[in-house]
Design a protein around this ligand. Structure first.
Ligand code: C2O
Length: 554
């Protein structure tokens, strides 16, 4: 069936953290924006009406967009933005995946306030989860809140080449919670439960720049899904979610009564530690219904993992495995293309529009294989529109020379004192063109020239299998025997371990132009991105018609 929504993007006045009311950009006057609930196989139709003062696009994070690559949403990659006063209708099928995804603005830093859940339940008639049916479901969207205008924040970051400052608060379902100075009762999200019932928590990290630990005091979880792919049930008392990732977890309300904090606190693996970093905790309250709950007792707070607790983050993120089910695709065992890609921060050639455009000044940059991505310049079409309009390279919109190897092999764990390794990165718009249906294996190797961080690498248009992860420099001889080729976790976003690497594999069976980037907006903005160009397949079913005529033009 068809699930239809109208998204009015416009101004919303919000007052948080004792600040005077502030105007943010929001969908339908809500923060988070409206949740979309669909079943696997449904068609989703969203009428976007832009009543905001900004150019806007919406990305349906994790949706494959098979046959509709123009509906994917990243500005200037698959479409030109919807201008103020304009509108556009997104139309796509939610096929071949179940679980929790989300949607967000994909332009500037506007996704700080323009985001919401996209929940895909099993198809009608096959209404069964591969785990005991929960009594109820609850969407828990984690975010970051700034007391500033986030559009201006992005403009400043881009002009100066410096990352934006850290958020003023983390949030749970849009609210910072009781632990912040100046939060009041209205700024804490409440979730009511009944003793002995089981809840499916759909946890989404919509924060711009921060991986988060998630706990509920005196409760534990059974993880059953991540990034809308089922996992082998995994017992834990802490969930780790990097920006872009989702986790589906069952929680039994196993107490007789009482009030307990849900807490979202930062995992910051950056060395040296610097912005963006705010060492605070967002809370919400889990409140038992019934007479065993004394509403006057303060809720119990769970112990918080240390902010740099990489061991806990790695344990959670590397222990998940896929739930193998009959009839579902599994990891491809042969590989057509192998890529080794460094991801990290460095220094750059600047853009003429940047303020500190001077090679003697440090202009931060981020890159993949030392290529620092920039979107097509104003006046050009989006990459997808150029691709389907003839040839994007001939049109001067992008070049097909994204390298499969880094230009310089060095000790990726070295810091900036290794000046030979600290090469200038050229700004460019490079794509890697694949053949239809080819299998790609990619080693993602973090570098630490400027900062050692866990980059959450997100691929549009596909899920990939995470075969192995580890620390230090990637070593093929010792890593290959550790590949999980039986039940590797399926993801659309992998948090590459800090100071380490991850190996992913995917099948390029989806024609389109697919963005791959760090889901820290600060890093995306500075160039930590590339694009896969996947041509049509040989048959009508594997080919994509030209983009609809009403797709916004630049
Ligand atoms: Cu959720 Cu390209 O992003």
């Amino acid at each position: 069936s068809i699930v239809e929504h109208t998204f009015n993007v416009g101004n919303l006045s919000v007052s948080q953290l004792c600040q005077p009311p502030r105007v943010i950009t929001a969908v339908n006057g809500q923060l988070p924006g409206p949740a979309i609930h669909a079943r696997e196989g449904d068609t989703v139709v969203v009428h976007l009406v832009n009543q905001s003062p900004y150019n806007i696009t919406i990305h349906w994070h994790g949706i494959f967009q098979r046959g509709t690559p123009w509906a994917d949403g990243p500005a200037m990659v698959t479409q030109c933005p919807v201008k103020p006063g304009g509108n556009y209708t997104y139309r796509f099928n939610a096929t071949a995946q179940e679980g929790t995804l989300w949607w967000h603005a994909h332009i500037s830093f506007l996704r700080a306030t323009v985001y919401g859940a996209l929940v895909l339940r099993p198809r009608a008639g096959a209404d069964a989860y591969p785990f005991p049916k929960p009594h109820a479901e609850e969407t828990v969207v984690l975010g970051e809140w700034w007391n500033d205008n986030v559009y201006d924040l992005q403009q400043m970051a881009f002009l100066t080449g410096l990352p934006a400052r850290s958020a003023d608060a983390y949030t749970i379902n849009g609210k910072p919670g009781d632990l912040y100075n100046c939060s009041d009762g209205n700024q804490t999200y409440r979730f009511q439960v009944r003793s002995n019932e089981t809840y499916l928590l759909r946890i989404i990290n919509a924060a711009l720049n921060t991986p988060l630990f998630f706990k509920v005091a005196n409760h534990s979880f059974t993880v059953v899904g991540a990034d809308a792919a089922y996992t082998t049930p995994y017992e834990t008392d802490v969930v780790v979610v990097a920006p872009g990732q989702t986790v589906d977890a069952l929680m039994v309300a196993a107490r007789a009564g009482g009030r307990y904090y849900m807490a979202a606190s930062p995992y910051d693996s950056a060395i040296p530690q610097g912005p963006p970093f705010s060492d605070t905790t967002a809370t919400a309250v889990v409140e038992y219904l019934g007479s065993d709950t004394d509403p006057t007792t303060p809720p119990t707070l769970p112990p918080r993992p240390e902010v740099n607790d990489t061991a806990t983050a790695f344990r959670f993120l590397s222990n998940l495995t896929a739930l193998v089910r009959p009839g579902q695709p599994t990891v491809p065992l042969s590989v057509d293309t192998r890529m080794f890609v460094t991801v990290g921060l460095g220094v750059s050639d600047c853009q003429p529009t940047q303020l500190l455009c001077n090679r003697s000044a440090t202009v931060f940059s981020s890159s993949m294989n030392n290529a620092s991505f920039v979107l097509p310049a104003p006046g050009k079409p989006s990459m997808l529109q150029a691709h389907y309009g003839g040839d994007g390279e001939t049109a001067g919109v992008y070049t097909r020379d994204f390298p499969d190897r880094p230009p310089l092999v060095f000790d990726y764990t070295a810091d900036a004192s290794d000046t030979a390794a600290l090469q200038y990165t050229a700004k460019s718009t490079r794509v890697r063109t694949l053949r239809f249906n080819q299998t790609v294996e990619m080693v993602l190797q973090n570098t630490r020239l400027i900062a050692r961080e866990s980059h959450p690498m997100h691929l549009h248009g596909f899920n990939f299998y995470v075969l192995a992860q580890g620390f230090g420099n990637y070593d093929e001889a010792t890593a290959t025997p550790r590949f999980n080729l039986v039940n590797p976790q399926e993801r659309n976003t992998v948090a590459v371990p800090t100071g380490g690497w991850a190996v992913i594999r995917f099948l390029a069976n989806n024609p389109g132009m697919w963005f791959m980037h760090c889901h820290f907006d600060n890093h995306l903005d500075l160039g930590l991105a590339m694009v896969f160009e996947v041509p049509d397949g040989p048959t009508p079913e594997t080919s994509v018609p030209p983009p609809p005529a009403d797709l916004p033009q630049c």
